[in-house]
Design a protein around this ligand. Sequence first.
Ligand SMILES: [Fe+2]
Length: 178
Amino acid sequence: MRDVTLLNIFEHHIAEKYLNRSGLAHAIAVAYHAFKLAKEQKQDVDIAAKAGLLHDIGHFTWYRNGKWDYDLYKKNDIHPIKGAERAHKLLIRLGENPIRAKTIALAILFHTDSFLPTNDIIRTPLQQIVKWADEKDEEEGGLHHYRKIEMERARESIIRLDELIDQEMENKNETEIS
Ligand SMILES: [Fe+2]
C-alpha cells in the first residue's frame, strides 16, 4: 500500500494550480511514459510516475506585454529547482515517505539541463527515465505545455495509472516473496 497516490496529488489545490499552469495533459503524458520506462527497466514505477507528473510544477509564466517571452524565460528560468522544492513540500504534506519524497524531488531537479550552464550531470537510471519521459512528449515551440485535456478525462487517466502502479508493485512483491 502506498502512502500517497497520484490521485491524492492530483486533488491537492497546490498541484491543481501548478499542473494547470504548465500543462496538465503534458504532465499526465510524462507520468505514463515514466511509468512504462520504469517498468521496462525494473525501476520504482511509483517514484517515476510521481516525478513525471510533477516535473514541471516549478514553471513561472514569463510574460511581457501579455505575451509569452521566450528570452525572458531562457534567462531567468529555474523551474527544475522550484519544481523540486514545491513537489517535495507537497509530498511531505500529503504524508509521503521522506526518502521517497527526496528521490522524487531529485528526479525533478535533474529532469533537464536547460537551466544549467553545462550539461554534464551524471543521472541515476530513475533520473534518466524522467528526462526521457519528458523528451518523449515534447513538441516544437513548447506546444506540449498548451495541449488541453478535459478535467474528467484527466482524473480518469490518473486513477488508471494509479491502478497500473498498484498492480506492478503487487507483481513485484509476489516475485520477491516466491
Ligand atoms: Fe516537461
